[in-house]
Design a protein around this ligand. Sequence first.
Ligand code: B12
Ligand code: SF4
Length: 470
Amino acid sequence: MANMPIILFVDTVAYEATKTPRVGNPHDRDKWTTYDSLLRLGPLSALGLRFPPARRYSLVLLQLATLARDAGCDPKYLNASLTDLVGFADVPYEPSAVIFSDTTPSIPRVLDLCSKAKRRWPGAWTVVGGHHSTAKPASVLGAPQVDVVVSGEGEVAFRGILCAILSNTKVENIAVNGCLTQATRALASRPRLTDELDSLDAAPSPAYDLLPGGLASFSAYLMTSRGCPFGCPYCVMGLRPRTPRVLTPERTWAELLTISELTRKTYDVVHIADDNITVGNDRLSLMLRQKPLGYTPALSAELRLEYFSRKSLEDLRDLGLVQLNVGIESLDASVQQGIGKRWPLQEIVKRLALAKSIFGGALFIKAYFMMGLPGETRDSAERTTRGILELLREGVLDFASVQMFKPLPGTAMFERPGDFGVSLSFGSWGDFDRLSSPAVHGLVGMSADEIYGAYCATEKRLRSYREPSP
Ligand code: B12
Ligand code: SF4
């Protein structure tokens, strides 16, 4: 171990997910506690399932840690929510590189930690990748404490970075597709993306052993596909290739069994975080055919309303799904039209009710809504709120997660706001957290303050419907 370069992975996900100050909206603060109780006391109560803790982690960092180990380095992991990282003063080792994964709202925190890492270990490379680095690499490289910014998928590029570290290459001489340094910063306005894996099965298994307390102390999740064919104008996935790549069913089950081995003593439900679990032809049927005999974990997943069909729902039930999350976004016809959706309330009720009946009621349905999409007015926000209340009253929906719409960098609505009647106004990238800070945009029919007000008012009205009856 003595001469192995140490690569330090600093995970800011849990920090963001659990410690973001919930400014302003008092209802948001209690929402997730109530959600946890509903999971236990709602339609799944008869199954006696144990649910995972709320603590999250970054999957990609654990995958990159495996690559580091395979390359002969010594990976270390620090979780920014569990460890006091002020100045990294207590860290007893000296890393060759400190690695971060970002999202737009987490970038201020990541840059702050990069500065602290640089002060503590001036010789170590700081490397940042993720969705924000992919959409806005120039803004990340604008911080001098960042040495390497990676735009695009991580695996191929990170192998290149590890080779450069192991061969003592100077950071300014790094030549890996999709990686920019302070020396090549001028190219950041037209970033080239990293090379991608041809097959998702080539992605490494995450180094779960690095997680403090083990995987059972965190909420385990798996991505079994990358790429989304839908290209919604409000979503960053439009930046990525539209043709999805999927893990083979064999690898999917192998990963799920590994996860359940590590977590089964503590909880029963594992989340499949794909944008859409049905993506890929016949995937559900193939997965079902290869479902191992014996114990498999209960699953939750995201499903588009289009796929609430008898066949998909039966497959999902037989695969062990107990929770489906569906993005409905708005119940107002003109807002829906602006995002390419057309779902009258009655059709939504019908589809959710079909799911409930196929699962014999043993299904928890959570729906996502966004307040402040282009075309939103006070009236449309009111129609959505009333519709949500109706879905909850009908018993076809168990939990409504309402968030403020934030046009994230890389989406059509951020890059060409005028086309959508959006006017952006924000102080820092941190304002893009959908759970805390006020709106970052105004619309033709609503100011930023009105969007925020409508969101708070909706949360307040939903609250009484969220109280679980013991
Ligand atoms: C699981 C998930 C979560 C989990 C874990 C978050 C995480 N960062 O891992 C939880 C529930 C905590 C979460 C929370 C949030 N999320 Co989220 N989440 C996802 C989801 C569904 C999957 C992410 C994932 O694990 N992918 C698999 C792993 C292997 O890859 P990856 O992280 O996508 O990274 C790839 C590349 O970006 C690159 N890469 C990433 N980091 C690095 C680092 C290095 C060094 C290198 C070399 C490469 C690299 O390599 C990876 C693949 O090869 C994505 C949607 C999606 N399809 O990607 C949204 C997504 C990442 N989330 C998003 C958002 C906005 C959030 C929140 C900000 C929501 C909010 N509160 O407002 C929070 C922020 C929390 C945080 N600090 O990250 C956006 C990010 C967009 C953006 N520009 O920032 C996404 C893309 C959803 C969307 N379509 O808008 N999320
Ligand atoms: S919102 Fe969902 S369906 Fe639309 S592009 Fe993004 S991931 Fe795909």
